[in-house]
Design a protein around this ligand. Sequence first.
Ligand code: AMP
Length: 305
Amino acid sequence: MTNNTTMQPAFHELNLIPEVLEALDTVGYESPSPIQAQTIPHILNGKDVLGQAQTGTGKTAAFALPILSKINIKQLQPQVLVLAPTRELALQVAEAFQKYASHLKGFHVLPIYGGQEYGSQIRQLKRGVHVVVGTPGRVMDHMRKGTLKLGTLKTLVLDEADEMLRMGFIDDVEWVLEQIPEKRQIALFSATMPTAIRRIAEKYLHQPEHVTIKLKTTTAETIRQRFWMVSGVHKLDALTRILEGEAFESIIIFVRTKTATIELAEKLEARGYAAAALITTGALPDTLVQMGLKERDLAPKRLRS
Ligand code: AMP
């Protein structure tokens, strides 16, 4: 993560609680990323935040660190709800909370998502949690069943709001927004700001602080960039045609999610390529998963083509 350390305050200048600072020591973060430096004070001050930032900017810690610094550990009821578009992201965010709360005794975070049986989620909700991280549909189901009560909610985070819109969850998100207490803090993060997201922000956020962080993208002059527009179902065939037509020694393919990376590696192997899924565990942005291929491992008939 790149930081302008001369301009950024240090973590200990941001009014985070000692337990959170200790956890940052443990994970080895030296200084806040720009989105963290800008967002942490607003969330600590109880302000609503409208953040335009992508994965890889450190946005999870930007909301998790100040939220943890405000948690009332003695109150074992949901104080914070994070809505995320996918089960994978919900799990990642819950794990991040766990990591940053490693020195906060008695802290409980619970990921809830579709596809998992209700029984254990309900048991854990009954036992008591401080933070719930969930996908919109399942969160809504629990609220309807009465197994997730948000009367004590202080903060709602909408993570990757544009993805939730893209995946058709926006009505569910709005339903949740209608149910939560009127006096609450909302932090909305989105990589892009389509009209529907702006409308949600205007309707539900109260005089939000705007934070915009762009990932610095630098491209080497020596790299020629080309693209081929294909619809989702044709991606594998298109990729196979490229692999058959281009001479290469090895290739890295960037895939958005861990599951999709593993699936793609398997499918390429089934088509005769030596492929392996390389999945990052932290230091790199979690979406930049890699896959390597070696031309010498290709079936001879492919080499001739
Ligand atoms: P995110 O944008 O929240 O997905 O975070 C991207 C990656 O950056 C994650 O792997 C974090 O563990 C890491 N990260 C977040 N904040 C910092 C920081 N201040 N210093 C170093 N790494 C960080």
